[in-house]
Design a protein around this ligand. Structure first.
Ligand SMILES: [Zn+2]
Length: 261
């Protein structure tokens, strides 16, 4: 992959010398996506679940926000323990949201349920693409206004953690594809407002929410850095920003360690 050299994340080795089984970029910690390459034809499983390996040996592994302190990566049938570092998560208080946004009514709850299923379906896509191996680029310019993993308290009520990175800026700020991929969802949702999901292969996907405009269609192929929409304030927001999420299958991950400072 062309961009591999540009990513200077630490590589860890499993095994030694010529018997090297696999190496990856990224730190095994809660919320991490590890992008790896091993021998061609290598068989991998994480905690007993088979992991897709491309013909070139590329693979992706993810550890969720609340992953326990260890995982087992099985390489060609041999289990190897991986220590998964614990992270501390912020608590973020958000006040001033309209009550209907914090406690949706019955009709909104049904809509939210249907949308959640639709999103789960696209996040579960397991394609053979290997775009993910090139890492991620910033999807927008702006100020980081929210980080991954924060425990959210909305109008004083605890809610699920924040599973994205927020970048605030003016409405209309260009939104760029963080990596090449295929548009698997282009829709308007209750919480996310106008949103896009891109599939980068092997379960790795990125989500762009609260857009003011969507400029690509479902099924379209996009390339890294291509403009796909514009920043906005649609859905449940207190101001214009991009909510940018990364996931590995249905496990939300932190995109920030993959982005340049
Ligand atoms: Zn957000």
């Amino acid at each position: 992959v062309k961009r591999r050299a540009a990513l200077a994340l630490p590589a860890l080795m499993l095994g030694a010398g010529p018997a090297r089984a696999a190496e990856w970029r990224g730190t095994p910690q809660q919320g991490a996506l590890l992008i790896g390459q091993g021998a061609q034809g290598q068989r991998l499983a994480l905690d007993g679940q088979a992991v897709r390996v491309s013909p070139q040996g590329f693979f992706a592994l993810g550890f969720g926000r609340d992953h326990g302190p260890s995982a087992t990566l099985t390489v060609n049938g041999t289990p190897r323990p991986i220590a998964v570092a614990k992270r501390e998560w912020d608590v973020q208080h958000i006040t001033g949201l309209p009550p209907a946004q914090v406690t949706p009514d019955a009709a909104a709850l049904e809509r939210i349920r249907v949308e959640r299923e639709r999103l789960a379906a696209v996040r579960g896509i397991d394609s053979a693409r290997v775009d993910f191996a090139g890492g991620l680029a910033w999807p927008a310019r702006g100020r980081i206004s929210g980080v991954f993993g924060s425990q959210r308290v909305l109008n004083g009520q605890p809610r699920q953690p924040h599973y994205g990175l927020d970048v605030a800026g003016p409405v209309g700020t260009p939104i760029l594809a963080a990596q090449s991929g295929k548009v698997t969802l282009a829709a308007e949702f209750h919480f996310f407002g106008k949103l896009l999901v891109l599939d980068h292969g092997h379960g790795v996907n990125t989500l762009y929410a609260h857009l003011s405009a969507i400029e690509v269609r479902e099924g379209e192929e996009v390339s890294q850095g291509q403009r796909i929409g514009a920043m906005g304030a649609t859905g449940r927001v207190t101001g214009p920003h991009l909510h940018f999420s990364l996931s590995w299958y249905r496990v939300w991950l932190d995109p920030q360690p993959l982005l340049s400072a």
